[in-house]
Design a protein around this ligand. Structure first.
Ligand code: FNR
Length: 380
């Protein structure tokens, strides 16, 4: 594919996907201030360049919650992935598997747990869950993830109520898309996407089919979320979810050192410093800005991961230098899959890997596990 940066893939995605789905990925809540600062804050972190050090035999290999990874980058859970490209989550999971990194399937994915398991030939992936009022339904999702051999459960804690994203409301977002005066030109201007979508049977949220009768459009999705996602979520719930799941547990959406201490005390295996890609509490700091205080508070007690705003391998290196053990990419994989299906996701991962490898070398490191504050000019 003709793409050298994640920005190239983003431009291609915009040309291929109807506006409602491109904007769904490329947006944040309210003023989008936090969404923007997630990306911008990376540029404030400067590397310490070293010379005349041995740069041979470099390794990006590491582990995330004990799983071996070819680089410390995982694919973040994202809803509607199968609307960026037909069978998007199946293709993303396949690309991640070929690359040797974890793929996290969202509860609000288009392809189901079983679809993805089939696509990866039963190879393990990670599953993301929300805490819902209907415990039986949660149990059922946990059991399905176990049956599919998922090797970690990512429990998202920052979306018990839904942030407001104006673009989705304006564009008439739904899965499958509804044809009306608002959406007609969005769809008519993307005939290739429409034709390719007709060839798949996966057009709506297949993990929750049966539980939620019709949650395709935004207003029904919002009311289902309001009805289902438990606003009384507490640290006690995490205990029983951990017990029911019985495997590796990762808590997603931690932005405060106090919550990080609670996460560490809960016995979870990792936490993700994340503001949901700037899609929930606008006005919160960037994830990168929140990372150092959380590492300082709990870095020796629980694995600290982060996501939000990573658009290059250089950004991965910056997050690792500031103490993250691993990072996740949300929009970069969505742009990749929208631009070119499985090949597009592989291109996104290739770009990030090359950039990470070169940056590590320029910093005078040969093993990514040794990246740290000593590689930065201005660590504080
Ligand atoms: C998300 N995110 C998300 N998180 C989650 O736990 N469950 C989900 O279903 C979704 N859905 C979702 C959809 C879209 C379109 C985006 C962009 C994001 C948040 C996601 O997991 C991650 O935290 C951010 O995407 C990270 O920021 P970047 O890499 O997109 O900047």
């Amino acid at each position: 594919m003709n793409a050298y940066t994640i920005a190239d893939l983003k431009a291609q995605a915009q040309r291929r996907v109807p506006r409602m789905f491109f904007d769904y990925a490329d947006s944040g809540s309210w003023t989008e201030g936090t969404y923007r600062s997630n990306e911008e804050d990376f540029h404030k972190v400067l590397f310490r360049q070293r010379v005349a050090v041995d740069m041979t035999n470099r390794s990006l290999k590491s582990t995330m919650v004990g799983d071996e990874v070819s680089m410390p980058v995982a694919i973040a859970p994202t809803g509607f992935g199968g609307m960026q490209h037909p069978d998007g989550e199946m293709l993303g999971a396949r690309a991640a598997r070929a690359f040797g990194i974890p793929f996290t399937l969202s509860t609000m994915s288009i392809c189901s747990i079983e679809d993805v398991s089939e696509a990866t030939g039963g190879a393990p992936f990670w599953f993301q869950l929300y805490v819902m009022r209907d415990r039986e339904f949660m149990y059922n999702l946990i059991d399905r993830a176990k049956a599919a051999g998922c090797s970690a459960l990512v429990l998202t804690l920052d979306l018990q109520i839904l942030g407001q994203r104006h673009k989705d409301l304006r564009n008439g977002l739904s899965a499958p898309p509804k044809i009306n005066l608002n959406t007609f030109w969005q769809l008519a201007s993307r005939p290739r996407w429409c034709l390719s979508m007709l060839k798949t049977k996966r057009h709506t949220f297949r993990n929750i089919v049966g539980h939620a009768k019709s949650v395709g459009d935004l207003s029904s999705l919002s009311s289902w979320t309001a009805e289902q996602f438990d606003p009384q979520l507490s640290w006690k719930d995490i205990e029983w979810i951990k017990e029911r799941w019985g495997g590796k547990l990762i808590l997603k959406g931690i932005m405060d050192p106090e919550d990080a201490r609670m996460a560490a005390a809960s016995g979870a295996d990792a936490l993700i410093v994340s503001n949901h890609g700037g899609r929930q509490l606008d006005g919160a700091p960037s994830s990168l800005a929140a990372l150092p205080a959380i590492v300082e508070a709990v870095g020796d007690k629980i694995e600290v991961h982060m996501d939000g705003g990573i658009r290059s391998g250089q950004d991965v290196m910056r997050a690792l230098c500031l103490g993250a053990k691993g990072v996740y990419i949300g929009r970069p994989w969505l742009y990749g899959v929208a631009a070119g299906g499985e090949a597009g996701v592989k291109t996104a991962l290739d770009i990030i890997r090359k950039e990470l490898d070169l940056t590590m070398a320029f910093c005078g490191e040969r093993d990514i596990r040794n990246a740290g504050r000593h590689n930065l000019v201005n660590p504080d």
